[in-house]
Design a protein around this ligand. Structure first.
Ligand code: AMP
Ligand code: GLY
Length: 422
């Protein structure tokens, strides 16, 4: 099979790494990819939202399967585009339809879906500029801290959590006034849930589902979970506190009704559902849905799946997930993200990365890297993810930290406390 992975981060390098291991994968392409994917696949320079360029790439290279990494093309309807385009109809595309992708594309839609299907989530109400005053009154009925969410995609920056009621009211006004562009034309205000976060990954073919390994990511730039939000600074899988009792609650109360809800609403959904959860006491609540895999969660989840990834993805497309035997690696995985100095604010690119070839006990996944004059150089905020496996998750973490010692680039920063709170 010829396979194309869309995207350019650590997530996409991990998909490519697992697909390249499959005997069933003949030619592997990543678009646009990075310097890590270039070593195991053919990179194709295109934008993941340029559907015409993607069509040309698929036709020219006789691609049989497309794995969509990031959310943007899904929210723009890439799965529908494949279904509706004669030259692409036969291609097995992994990712939900536009209606399915709205679970990530609109927070209001996600909340309505959860309410409709009785899925536990924080109480909420949503507001537009016409209902600004009602929004302020609603804030008065809540206790601090106040959670305000831009309805649309805002590159992970659309959620504000504020301690002070006056600040919350001002923030609401600013958001509805265009702080996040059109993404905050509608704002969801919700009850603050006090607990510990984890993510559950589900693969569904629209009828059946498989629960993939759990993961916990570390979103803040600073140690002790302080400072600005990032795409993710590291991750651990499985989540040590996600015991059988909690997982049963998550499956019964959240995973099953989510897949049933998609079915009832006749939503075409063949792909990953990334469920962001918060455990309050012993009870799980949904914070958000994402309609793709997480990054850097993918870097710890996929290496723990032993079943051939081509088989897994094909069963998803063919709606055979019920008969797919999913074999997992019993070892835990930890990944640590190396980022550019300054990230998530302004940072420089083009710094030479050295020492990657010396890493022998961990897997190096490239995120923001490229090749310049035969040198590997930084090309983004998140640069490299170093993943290790071990029966003991603490040993996996230590292994990654030891291997990181061998890697260098100017301004390199990473958190030294990933997994230490568990
Ligand atoms: P989201 O983009 O919806 O995942 O929100 C970003 C982050 O805000 C989450 O990962 C949580 O840490 C936090 N968050 C979102 N909603 C809530 C909530 N209702 N209560 C507490 N924290 C929240
Ligand atoms: N690591 C969080 C995300 O991929 O959205």
């Amino acid at each position: 099979m010829n396979i194309l992975v869309l995207g350019s981060g650590g997530r996409e390098h991990t998909f490519a790494y697992q697909l390249a291991k499959s005997k069933r994968c003949k030619n592997l392409f990543v678009a646009p990819g990075n310097d890590g994917t270039a070593a195991i696949a053919t990179n194709v320079a295109l934008s993941v939202t340029d559907f015409q360029a993607i069509e040309k790439c698929v036709v020219d290279n006789k691609i049989d399967m497309v794995v969509v990494g990031p959310e943007d093309p899904l929210v723009l309807g890439i799965a529908n585009f494949f279904k509706e385009t004669p030259t692409l109809k036969r291609v097995k595309i992994i990712g939900p339809s536009k209606r399915g992708a709205l679970l990530e594309g609109s927070k209001e839609r996600a909340k309505e879906f959860m309410l409709q299907h009785n899925i536990p989530t924080a109480a909420y109400a949503s507001f537009t500029s016409e209902s600004l005053n009602a929004g302020k009154e609603f804030l008065e009925t809540l206790k601090a801290p106040y959670v305000l969410k831009a309805d649309g995609l805002a590159a992970g920056k659309g959620v504000l959590i504020l301690q002070d009621i006056e600040e919350a009211k001002t923030a609401l006004e600013e958001m509805l006034g265009g702080k996040f562009g059109d993404a905050s034309n509608t704002v969801v205000i919700e009850e603050f849930l006090d607990g510990i976060e984890l993510s559950v990954f589900v693969l569904t073919d629209g009828k059946n589902y498989k629960i993939l390994p759990t993961a916990k990511d570390y979103k803040r730039i600073g140690e002790g979970d302080k400072g600005l939000n990032t795409g993710g600074m590291g991750a651990i899988s499985p989540v040590p506190f996600a015991d059988e009792t909690l997982m049963q609650k998550i499956e019964e109360r959240i995973v099953k009704p989510t897949v049933e809800g998609l079915k009832k609403e006749e939503i075409d959904y063949k792909g990953f559902v990334f469920i962001g959860l918060i455990k309050v006491g012993d009870e799980p609540f949904v914070i958000e849905y994402n309609v793709r895999m997480g990054d850097p969660e993918t870097e710890v989840v996929l290496p723990r799946i032993k079943t051939d990834l081509v088989d897994v993805l094909e069963a998803t497309y063919e709606q055979n997930l019920d008969i797919l035997p999913l074999e997992l690696d019993g070892r835990a995985a930890a990944t640590i993200m190396l980022v550019s100095g300054g990230y998530p604010e302004a940072y420089e690119k083009g710094k030479e990365i050295t020492g990657l070839e010396k890493v022998n006990d961990s897997i190096v996944f490239h995120a923001g890297t490229t090749n310049k004059d035969d040198k590997i150089v930084t090309n983004g905020g998140r640069v490299i993810a170093v993943t290790s496996l071990d029966l003991d998750y603490k040993k996996a973490i230590v292994k990654s930290y030891q291997e990181i010692e061998k890697i260098q680039f100017e301004g390199m920063y990473f958190r030294k406390d990933i997994g230490f709170d568990l």
